[in-house]
Design a protein around this ligand. Sequence first.
Ligand code: HEC
Length: 236
Amino acid sequence: MSDRIIGPGDSPPQKYRVEAEPDPAALVAPTMREMSEPTDGIAPTPVWLLLFFFVLAGWSGYYIARNAGGFRADIYNEHYIAGAAPSLEKPAPADPLVLGRQTFNVCMQCHQDTGKGIPGTYPPLEGSPVVLGDPATPVRILLHGLQGDITIEGATYNGQMPSWDRFSDEQIAAVLTYVRQAWTNSAHPVDPALVAAIRKQTGERAQPWTWPELVIASKTPPPSATEPAEPKPAKP
Ligand code: HEC
């Protein structure tokens, strides 16, 4: 027999000595009734929950099919004009500065949002004479890329500029127009026709440009951007 603390189920103290040990399970029974034992590990998703989600997805599909109005233009398009014939005119060309800003997202990782590049690694576009000069040169760079030494504003870079020939003529013209007018830059816009003409002229090229090659290329002007590339048939 030993001294011990008296539990709530015990009979009144008999000089603080009790014969039988109380059952410990009985002491924790009220707690056990309220909570299940916590277990370790990952429990499988209950089947009823999976079924519930299936039913929910099915019901959502049915609900959309019933109530979406067949996704009709007159319901969803606030500019819809009943009975208007579909426009045969070409859509208005995108604003080059908006398209250019969007396209510039791909240049930003190297030349930075500020256009200042990263000293020693990526040359700046702000204030660069290449950007601000004859637009044919940056168009060539964008179409085929650039490698080898190039000196911009007194610093020499020797990196790899990837080619962007997968961009459309409009996109290349737009991004260069943007770059030529962003930050403190101010040069006239680039015409998509110029990009088309240079793309045609340098189509054979497979290698990125080097700066000396670009200097030579700049002496052969591209076929005039305003005249069609193919000569018009002479009128009788
Ligand atoms: C992967 C990095 C990278 C990306 C992306 C990139 N460039 Fe470049 N760019 C360079 C490097 C490196 C050079 C210098 C190449 C050299 O050293 O020969 C360069 C050079 C240039 C130059 C000539 C040098 C100058 O500073 O004027 C122009 C113009 C240019 N890039 C424009 C662009 C435009 C526009 C885009 C987006 C369409 C673009 N670049 C995307 C890395 C990049």
